[in-house]
Design a protein around this ligand. Structure first.
Ligand code: PLP
Length: 384
C-alpha cells in the first residue's frame, strides 16, 4: 500500500488499496450489501449497516484522503450532497462569505435551500482575497471558495483566504473540482475542508455522479461523519468502485487535459471572431502569479466570448461542433461544450451573472483527451 512518502502517480494507483483479504483479488471488490452478520449483538468486524460503513467506500475514502494530502475523507452520493453536508454544520443566524463566481448548483442550494433556514450568504468578489476582511462580522462562520472558478476561470489565493479564516476562527471550504488533486491540494495552503464533485475529473469518464470531502481535523471529521450517516446521502458501492477506478488514471488524463487545454486556449485567442479567452495558464491572466504559486498546471477548462456577443451567435457555435458534445458537466475524457447562461448558470438572474462577467455569448469548454488537431479543426469549422 502506498503512503504519503510516495509520489502522486504512485499514490493515485495504490493509496488505500490492498488485495482483498478473502480472495487476494487485486481490485477492490464491490461489497453490494446493505447489512453485515454479527456473531452476537455488537460482535461484528466494524461493519453494521451499509449507510454507516461499506468496505468499498472505505477504500475510496482512504484513497481520497491520501491524494488530497489529508487525514480523512467522506464520500457522498453527489457533489451537491457533499455541499449539503458541509452547510449542515451551520446554525440559523450564521453567515457565510462565498466567492461570487461559483458553480450554479452551489449558488442555488445556498440561496434557495439554506437561506430559508436563516443562514446568510454573502457573495463577494475575491480577486483580491483581502476583500473578504470587509465582510467578516461576529456572526461569520465559514468562507466558501471555488478556484479556479466556474465558468469564469478566476483564481483565488487559498493561502490568503486561510490566513483570514484562521484569524477569525472560521471554516475555510475549498471546492477543488476544477483543479483536481493532480493540479492543486488546498489543504496544503490552509483550507479546512476540500470538496469534490467526483463526477468530474476524479471519476473522469462521465459515467458516475459522486461527491467527497477531505479534511485534517478530527473534530470536523466526526461532525461531518455524523451528518453523512444521519442524513444518509451516501454513494452506493458500485459508484465508489467507479471513482476508485477513475482515480488510477487521473495523472495520465490530467496531463493530456492540460496539453490540449493550452493548445486550444492559444488557438482561440488568435481567432478573429473570438473576443476574450479565459484560461488560467495565460501569463496575463489577472491572477496568474497566484495560479503559478498554488497550482502545478493549468488544466483543460476554458471559456471564451464572441465579438458578436449574443445568445444566438453562441448557440450557432454550440450546435455546429461535432466532437465537442453539447452537454452539462466537465472533466470527462471526451470534450464537452456548454453555454452557462442558458445551461449550468440559468438559475442565476441575468443581471447578477452579466455583472460578474458571465455574458450572453460566453461558451465553456471542457477539453477532453482526444487528438489535439482534431479538436482544433472541430472548433475552427464551428466558429467559422
Ligand atoms: C458539478 C459541480 C458540483 C456539483 O457536483 P454534482 O456531482 O453534480 O452534484 C459542485 N462544484 C463544482 C465546481 C462542480 O463542477
Amino acid at each position: 500500500m502506498a503512503s504519503q512518502k510516495h509520489k502522486l502517480a504512485t499514490r493515485l494507483i495504490h493509496a488505500g488499496v490492498q488485495p482483498d483479504p478473502t480472495t487476494g483479488a487485486i481490485m477492490t471488490p464491490i461489497y453490494q450489501t446493505s447489512t453485515y452478520v454479527q456473531a452476537s449483538p455488537g460482535d461484528h468486524k466494524g461493519y453494521e449497516y451499509a449507510r454507516t460503513q461499506n468496505p468499498t467506500r472505505d477504500v475510496l475514502q482512504a484513497s481520497l484522503a491520501n491524494i488530497e494530502n489529508g487525514k480523512y475523507a467522506l464520500c457522498f452520493g453527489s457533489g451537491m450532497a457533499a455541499t449539503d453536508a458541509v452547510a449542515k454544520l451551520l446554525m440559523p443566524g450564521d453567515e457565510v462569505i462565498v466567492s461570487n463566481d461559483l458553480y450554479g448548483g452551489t449558488y442555488r442550494i445556498f440561496t434557495k435551500v439554506f437561506a430559508n433556514y436563516g443562514i446568510k450568504f454573502q457573495f463577494i468578489d475575491m480577486h483580491d482575497a483581502e476583500n473578504i476582511r470587509n465582510y467578516v462580522t461576529g456572526k461569520t462562520k465559514m468562507i466558501w471558495i471555488e478556484t479556479p472558478t466556474n465558468p469564469l476561470l478566476n483564481v483565488i489565493d487559498i493561502e490568503a483566504c486561510a490566513a483570514i479564516s484562521k484569524a477569525h476562527n472560521l471554516i475555510l471550504v475549498c471546492d477543488n473540482t476544477f483543479a483536481s488533486p493532480y493540479l492543486q491540494n488546498p489543504l496544503d495552503w490552509g483550507a479546512d475542508i476540500v470538496l469534490h464533485s467526483a463526477t468530474k475529473y476524479l471519476g473522469g469518464h462521465s459515467d458516475v455522479v459522486h461527491g467527497a470531502l477531505v479534511m485534517n481535523d478530527a473534530g470536523l471529521e466526526e461532525r461531518l461523519r455524523f451528518i453523512q450517516n444521519s442524513c444518509g446521502a451516501v454513494p452506493g458501492p458500485h459508484d465508489c468502485w467507479l471513482v476508485l477506478r477513475g482515480i488510477k488514471t487521473l495523472h495520465v488524463r490530467m496531463q493530456r487535459h492540460c496539453e490540449n487545454g493550452e493548445a486550444i486556449a492559444r488557438y482561440l485567442r488568435a481567432h478573429p471572431k473570438v473576443d476574450k479567452v479565459r484560461w488560467v495558464g495565460f501569463e496575463d491572466h489577472p491572477n496568474h502569479a497566484i495560479a503559478k504559486k498554488q497550482m502545478r498546471g493549468f488544466g483543460g477548462m476554458i471559456s471564451f466570448t464572441l465579438k458578436d456577443d449574443n445568445i444566438d451567435a453562441a448557440l450557432k457555435v454550440l450546435e455546429k461542433t461535432e466532437l465537442f458534445a453539447l452537454a452539462e458537466s466537465l472533466g470527462g475524457v471526451e470534450s464537452l461544450i456548454g453555454h452557462p447562461a442558458t445551461m449550468t448558470h440559468a438559475s442565476i438572474p441575468r443581471e447578477d451573472r452579466v455583472k460578474n462577467g458571465l455574458v450572453d455569448s460566453l461558451i465553456r469548454l471542457s477539453v477532453g483527451i482526444e487528438d489535439m488537431d482534431d479538436l482544433i479543426a472541430d472548433l475552427a469549422q464551428a466558429i467559422g
